[in-house]
Design a protein around this ligand. Structure first.
Ligand SMILES: NC(=O)c1ccc[n+]([C@@H]2O[C@H](COP(=O)([O-])OP(=O)(O)OC[C@H]3O[C@@H](n4cnc5c(N)ncnc54)[C@H](OP(=O)(O)O)[C@@H]3O)[C@@H](O)[C@H]2O)c1
Length: 328
């Protein structure tokens, strides 16, 4: 898929998903960690070209063509700016930043450097969720009326996710931003949100462990999104529903199936390959690099910024106790 290596910045949990996808696509890898031993262990496990104990050194290596930023949210700005300054194309994990100002700085820096900036929003590339998008676009649910996206469970985080500053919020800016993206991808731009946060279960987490929001979408369509880490006892099976005048479409949240049930009967689709979309996403990034900046890029910085704008409007709504317009 073209010369040059992909540098994985930060050897944590999501780094493994990107590394596995890169291996399947035949993209050469270099690992960078603050800890050389960890970078070497990842390099051994994923058959990488090399390992570095410093992000700067890895990004300066002449074999590096691009980087995927797998660090905490407060590190996305400095780590992405560093990669762009070394002339590397960047795939930055979601959320691209913690504030719109940070997002704007990233978009401007990529444009100035003439490099691809893409946001690693894997939900955009998940085959099941793309199928929902096409069912909506081809009128299979009829005119859209409501969306109910429910992703709730119980999970105790450790480390940087417990602190407010590295996270930039709580569950909504972390796992919830994926569902915000689906809301937009399936129904269009969110105009206004009203969000509420119940009493906290996970008291050592600075950000919210649960959020529910109502979203005003184009054409009077209503979105309801509920995301939680603080709800013990809910079933593991969770789904997202898109309801129209002809049918209701149900997508299993892990992307294993989509069902369509309505006045014209019942259809069911199972998905088995690249369920979480990492291969599709990395492939799109690598093709965009090969193509240069010409042509449309799915999940570019502006898309990531729009997802973030909805999250930040929800946070303002919680703080001010009123519906808030989404800042474009
Ligand atoms: N798309 C998805 O489904 C998905 C899922 C999970 C996470 N993510 C995103 O991926 C990013 C990383 O999340 P993760 O779950 O992989 O986190 P993680 O397991 O904690 O890994 C983050 C890595 O960042 C590096 N790092 C640099 N500065 C750090 C600091 N001050 N404190 C802690 N770690 C630091 C560390 O790598 P070294 O020590 O090796 O340098 C660490 O292993 C986040 O943006 C997150 O939202 C996306």
């Amino acid at each position: 898929m073209g010369p040059g290596a992909l540098v994985i910045i930060g050897c944590g949990w999501i780094a493994r998903r990107h590394a596995a996808a890169a291996r399947r696509l035949g993209i050469p890898l270099v690992f960078a960690s603050r800890d050389l031993g960890r970078a070497r262990a990842y390099a051994k496990r994923f058959g990488a070209l090399d390992a570095f104990g410093s992000y700067e050194e890895a990004l300066g290596d002449p074999r590096a063509r691009a980087a995927v930023i797998c660090t905490p949210h407060d590190r996305h700005l400095p780590d992405t700016l560093l990669a762009l300054a070394r002339g590397r194309h960047v795939l930055v994990e979601k959320p691209m930043a913690r504030t719109l100002d940070e997002a704007d700085r990233l978009i401007a820096a990529a444009a100035a450097a003439g490099r691809v900036l893409m946001v690693a929003e894997n939900f955009h590339f998940m085959p099941a969720f793309r199928h929902v998008r096409s069912l909506v676009a081809t009128g299979r649910v009829g005119d859209l009326r409501e969306l109910h996206l429910v992703a709730r469970g119980f999970r105790r985080h450790a480390g940087w996710r417990l602190a407010g500053d590295p996270m930039g919020g709580g569950t909504l800016i972390d796992g919830g931003v994926h569902y915000v993206h689906n809301l937009r991808a399936w129904a269009g731009e969110v105009r206004r949100v009203f969000a509420l946060r119940p009493p906290q279960t996970i008291t050592d987490m600075a950000g919210e462990d649960t959020v529910s929001l109502l979203a005003e979408l184009p054409g009077g369509v209503v979105g309801f999104l509920s995301n939680s880490l603080g709800t013990p006892g809910v079933p593991r099976f969770q789904s997202s529903r898109v309801m129209g005048t002809v049918a209701t479409c149900v997508a299993e949240n892990r992307g294993r199936f989509v069902a369509l049930h309505g006045t014209r009967g019942f259809r069911f689709w199972l998905f088995r390959r690249d369920l979480r979309g990492h291969e599709g996403m990395l492939g799109a990034f690598w093709r965009a690099i090969a193509r240069g900046l010409a042509g449309p890029l799915e999940m570019d910085g502006r898309e990531g910024r729009r997802d973030l704008a909805v999250v930040l409007a929800a946070y303002r709504s919680i703080a001010e106790g009123r519906p808030v317009d989404v800042q474009c």
